[in-house]
Structure formats: C-alpha cells, structure tokens
Design a protein around this ligand. Structure first.
Ligand code: NAD
Ligand code: DAU
Length: 349
C-alpha cells in the first residue's frame, strides 16, 4: 500500500509517519510537507533513511504539483494532516488558514477523486481534524460526533470548512472518507508557540510564563503517540463515511496545568519547590477565547477498542524529559522567524 501523509514534518504528522514506517514495513509511506515554520525534518531523523519512507517537499495549495505527484506515485490512500494549526496566528493572519486548510484540502480532494475515479472504492481519504470545530462548552457536557458545528476562531472555522468539504466529497462523489476530531495534543516535537512546550521552554530559561486571562479555560490533553495510535486504528478499522472523536479524558484548567508543570520542572531541574510558579504572568486574553473543550471518545473506545496508553502525569514527565534532553532542537526552532512572532505576540501587551 502506498500512503500519502500530508504535514508529516509537523508535530502530530511526524508521530504518525514514524508509527506507520516502523509498524508497516510493507507499506510505502510518502510524507508531503511544505516545511513552513512548523515543519521540521529533524522530527523524522530516525526514519529518514528507511526504504519504505520518501519525503516530498510540496504545497497542497499548488493543484498542478498535486496532480503531478499523484500521477507519479499512484497513492492508494491519503492521511491528511497538513494545516496551519495555531489559533493565535489565525487571529493575526486568517487568510493563510483559508489557503492551506480550506483550499489545500479541496485541492487534495479534487486530485484524489480524479486520480482514483476508475476504482474509487479501493482508496481512502482520511482527514485529521480538531475538536475546536464544535465550538466552546460551558462547565458541563462533552462534544460527541453528533454535536453541531459552531467554530469561533479563524482556525476552527477553516478546519470546520475543510471537514464539510470532505463530507461533501463523500456524499456527492462517493469518495471513501474518514474523519477524526481530536482534542489538544502534547508531547515531543510540539512547536513552542503552543501552551505546554512554550511554558517548558520559558521555565527552563527562567522567563515569564504567559497565562491568558485568568487561566480558567479548560482543555482536554492527549499524549501525541496516543493520537497516532488512534489514527492507525481508525485508518485500518474505522467505517468509511464515519467520524470518530479522539480525546484524553483529561481536562485541565490552564492555570492548574501550568502550576503542575512548574512543580514538575522544579523537581527535574533541582530548583526549590515553588520557584518556577513565580514565573507565571497573567497576560491579555486571547480574542474570542473558547472556554472549555471536552471530548467524548466512547465511540472510538467501544467500537475500535482504543484508549489512551499513559496517564497525564506519565505523559507530562516524558515530555519534559524530552525537551530537557533536546535543547538543540528547541534552540533551532526558536531562532529566526519565531523570535519576531514571539515579540509581536507577547511583548506588545
Ligand atoms: P503543525 O503546525 O505542527 O504541523 C503542520 C504541518 O503541515 C507542518 O509540517 C507544515 O509544514 C505543514 N504544512 C502547512 N501548510 C502546508 C501546505 N500548504 N502544504 C503542505 N504542508 C503544509 O500541526 P499539528 O499540531 O501537528 O496538527 C496536525 C493536524 O492535526 C492539523 O490538521 C491540525 O488541525 C490537527 N489537530 C491538531 C491538534 C493539536 O493539538 N496540535 C489537535 C487536533 C487536531
Ligand atoms: O483542541 C485541539 C486544538 O488544540 C488544535 O486543533 C490546535 O491545532 C492546537 O493548537 C490546540 O489549540 P489551543 O488553542 O487549545 O492550544 P494552545 O496551546 O494555543 O492553547 C492552549 C490553552 O492555553 C488555550 O486556552 C490558550 C492558552 N494559552 C496559550 C498560549 C500559547 C495561554 O494561556 N498562554 C499562551 O501563551
């Protein structure tokens, strides 16, 4: 089987590529990535030389490039992760999210449908999406696969739009599709613009740890290898045309999560307990900040037998260890363009 994985040089994509390359030596895995600021081939250094792995540098917004690539490699299936993924960046530059997340997805759907037309049923288009499409919860309730879409940020609006297009290609053209909507991931290779790796990096450097608003927003955190395992199970055993929610059953208020992280890092860095908590700095809230996400993954658990493999304490401890052992990775990705983004995002408040 020849599988095209888009966005494989990013955070989640690199874990999916690694899992598939290692677990399925008979599959040919093609990783198509534009290598934006978030894409980093160092994430895949351990599999780069494998015979069943090929990297393709390309942009999913470029329809002609996709056409040539599908002609050349004749893929059997697509696992689509390429996206602009950071909510704060979507607030300052929404159009970039429309190009990649909406137009890029429609380009991929069009290309796959055209190239697979003679035997559509032998192919699969798997679209990786987010719980943010469901909007924001109050104190109670969880998102199920039936929850009505209610995206509220430019990022979630672009992902919701891409999900609708994927379903439209299933209903209108009969393209075999699957969709999964996952909660917040954390773990190795997470770009340090997102809360957990940004906090780890700042605590390490004894810099202020920015908490938006009062830190009361709630997210449901999942260790990234567990998301990759869920994608593997859904890809192989999920039903065509269906949606699966993926979550960690692990809700945390941002402030409580950051306090836990500060204490864990004090312990690992041999600092006196309580020292890193002094770095916590409340900053201006994110515009339109969704209050709470919580995912009900009982469909995936009951039908396909998936469940998270680690507790949050284990996953967070492994994550901190990874960042403390990979300071060169951190320094590479936080140099250059990232510095000007960071200054714009935080210093102007
Ligand atoms: P990421 O930002 O770390 O990686 C995105 C990757 O896509 C990068 O390697 C980037 O170079 C590539 N890319 C961006 N634009 C491209 C283009 N035009 N053409 C080709 N490649 C392009 O993102 P992530 O956090 O790994 O998220 C991956 C997917 O999972 C996204 O679709 C995201 O919406 C979804 N998701 C993320 C989370 C999360 O917590 N991070 C949770 C649920 C769903
Ligand atoms: O729920 C899934 C989504 O999770 C994915 O679809 C997105 O791609 C991913 O980026 C993530 O979105 P969030 O906005 O929830 O993640 P982020 O790490 O940016 O923020 C997590 C929470 O922490 C959120 O409530 C905002 C807050 N925050 C974030 C940053 C960067 C802070 O308080 N301070 C910060 O500096």
């Amino acid at each position: 089987m020849k599988i095209l994985i888009t966005g494989g040089a990013g955070f989640i994509g690199s874990h999916v590529v690694r899992l598939f390359v290692n677990k399925y030596p008979s599959y040919q895995i093609f990783n198509l990535d534009k290598l934006t600021y978030a894409g980093n081939l160092a994430n895949l250094a351990d599999v780069a030389d494998r015979e069943n792995y090929t990297f393709l540098k390309g942009d999913i917004v470029d329809a002609a490039y996709l056409d040539e690539t599908f002609s050349k490699y004749n893929f059997d299936a697509v696992i689509h992760l390429a996206a602009e993924s950071h909510v704060d960046r979507s607030i300052s530059d929404p159009l970039a999210f429309v190009y990649t997340n909406v137009i890029g997805t429609v380009n991929l759907l069009n290309t796959a449908r055209r190239h697979w037309a003679s035997n559509l049923q032998d192919h699969l288009f798997y679209h990786v999406s987010t719980d943010e499409v469901y909007g924001s919860l109050g104190a109670e309730g969880m998102f199920t696969e039936e929850t009505a879409y209610d995206p509220r940020s430019p990022y979630s609006a672009s992902k919701a739009s891409s999900d609708h297009f994927v379903r439209a290609w299933y209903h209108t053209y009969g393209l075999p599709v699957k969709i999964s909507n996952c909660s917040n991931n954390y773990g190795p290779n997470h770009f340090p613009e997102k809360l957990i790796p940004l906090a780890i990096n700042n605590i390490r450097n004894e810099k202020p740890v920015p908490v938006y608003g009062k830190g009361e927003n709630v997210r449901d955190w999942l260790y990234v290898p567990d998301h990759a395992r869920a994608i593997d199970v859904i890809f192989h055993e999920g039903k065509v045309g269906e949606t699966y929610n993926i979550g960690g059953v692990n809700e945390w208020k941002n402030l409580e999560l950051i306090e836990l992280l500060c204490d864990l890092m004090d312990e690992k860095l041999g600092r006196p307990q309580g020292r890193s908590r002094q770095l916590i700095t409340f900053v201006k809230d994110r515009a339109g900040h969704d209050l709470r996400y919580a995912i009900d993954s009982s469909k995936l658990m009951n039908e396909l037998g998936w469940e998270p493999s680690v507790t949050f304490e284990e996953g967070l401890s492994k994550t901190v260890d990874w960042y403390l052992q990979n300071t060169e990775w951190l320094e590479n990705v936080t140099s250059g363009n990232y510095q000007s983004y960071y200054e714009q995002q935080y210093v102007s408040r």
